[in-house]
Design a protein around this ligand. Structure first.
Ligand code: INI
Length: 161
């Protein structure tokens, strides 16, 4: 049987950056708090978490890429909240946030998790920012730890081979 690679949920020793937006700050500050709590609960030192404030979700990929490219972080958590309005603006901003974050992670080789809410209403945003549908900032932080440690496990097996 082949090998199974898995992440571990330990963030001890990790250095993490969070990029969060000023847009919809009421929601995004809750996502940021959720992400920080999850990271610390899983062993990341509070002093090892840096936060960069981007204007809006459209700028998140650019800032995430910048943080990743410094080489100072094991991973980046991207947080924001795009709420659908009456115009197609939502689709451009939300689309760029999602594809831009994915491209930044691919191009830099640094894991970047996606905790940008894309919702129709403010109520849906509140539900996902620490109320009845959980906290997507927390989920993004956990996904990041899992991805970082999964990559380490793959790297270790390559070194052993
Ligand atoms: N930015 C957001 O983060 N959320 C939104 O809901 C939003 N809306 O609705 O427009 C938004 N727009 C700003 C955008 O992200 C850029 O900051 C702006 O276009 C300047 O580049």
């Amino acid at each position: 049987m082949g090998q199974i690679f898995e992440g571990a949920m330990s963030g001890a020793g990790l250095k993490i950056a969070i990029v969060a937006t000023r847009w919809n700050e009421f929601i995004v500050e809750r996502l940021t708090a959720g992400a920080k709590t999850a990271l610390v609960q899983h062993g990341v030192n509070e002093d090892a978490i840096d936060v960069a404030m981007a204007p809006g979700a459209y700028e998140v990929p650019f800032v995430a890429r910048k943080l990743a490219a410094t080489g100072r972080y094991h991973g980046v958590v991207a947080l924001g909240c795009v709420i659908r309005g009456a115009t197609p603006h939502f689709d451009y901003v939300a689309g760029e946030a999602a594809s831009g974050v994915a491209a930044a992670a691919r191009d830099t080789g640094v894991p970047i998790s996606f905790g940008v809410l894309t919702v129709d209403t403010i109520e849906q945003a509140i539900e996902r920012a620490g109320t009845k549908a959980g906290n997507k900032g927390c989920e993004a932080a956990l996904a990041l730890i899992e991805t970082i440690t999964l990559c380490r496990s793959i790297d270790r097996s390559t070194e052993e081979a």
